[in-house]
Design a protein around this ligand. Sequence first.
Ligand code: PMV
Length: 323
Amino acid sequence: MERIEVSAPGKLMLFGEHAVVYGRPCIVTAVDQRIKTSVRKISNKILRINAPEVDIDNYEVILNKLGRVDVPKGVRFIEFAVRNFSQKYNLSSGVEIETKSDFSSKFGFGSSSAVTTSTIMGLSELFNQKLTKKEIFNLSYKTVLDVQGVGSGFDLAAAIWGGTLYFIAGGKEIEEIDVPKKLPLVIGYTGVKADTTTLVKQVIHLREKDPALVNSVFNAIGAVVGQSRTALEKGDFKLLGKLADINHSLLVSLGVSSQELENLILAARKKGVYGAKLSGAGGGDCMISFVPYNNKKEVESSINKAGGEVLNVKTGAQGVRID
Ligand code: PMV
């Protein structure tokens, strides 16, 4: 085989962000917006990348120099993924990688995790390694830690397994949650790009100042996640809304919300949602709300009026796959 096309879904954090970095569980769902990655063998011993969404046009690096110099931002995840794969399994030829995305990287839907996992799966198939999901996860997680130093890997699990997952950092536990009904979510994008690493570091500093207090917030978030899992399995969306409100308040107490997020959450709450919270690192990106089916349109227009952009995605999408 000389060429393979692989795609992986984006993700949406439902419950448990930040606390998941400290060993508590979280719940994440894969969304039906995918990144398609084409991986091709080439004769030159180089890695060539084309990623038009992030303005990368014919970027080239010699295979034995991968990840050594100052790697440009737009190709970091791919270059480190190829380096980590080649260190473990040896590449018998050069590779060309091209990416195409259904969604903008600005939404915080996890474009880097989708591109990392699909690159590793593509290499695994092309070079006959047939890695298991867990092996793809481990190499992808190493890649993420090499590039950004922090992170639980929840986004990689969503990209690989798909569906809706109960997840513990580093992939210690990855369990599919059987969600009986379509999730009645309305998602609002703030228009502000969140910087995950900065926010994670901000919480690290907060915890250093008062570990006991911040750990008790993480414990409370962990308890919310446990109850949310049961509520999801039962399809009890009213309860999920209440739990979203509690989870959001706990995140506010960690200092990771923003004015834009609060505006959209308030706009949603005014229209009778079951509950709402920020999703992901905070500071921007998206909020989510659990909404009674007959209120959906009203909630959407309220979010729009408050300056948000409503994003229509389906949850529980399929994980990384050969297309
Ligand atoms: O910013 P996002 O959507 O990638 O979410 C980050 C979630 C954190 O829990 C803050 C970090 C992590 O890696 O789990």
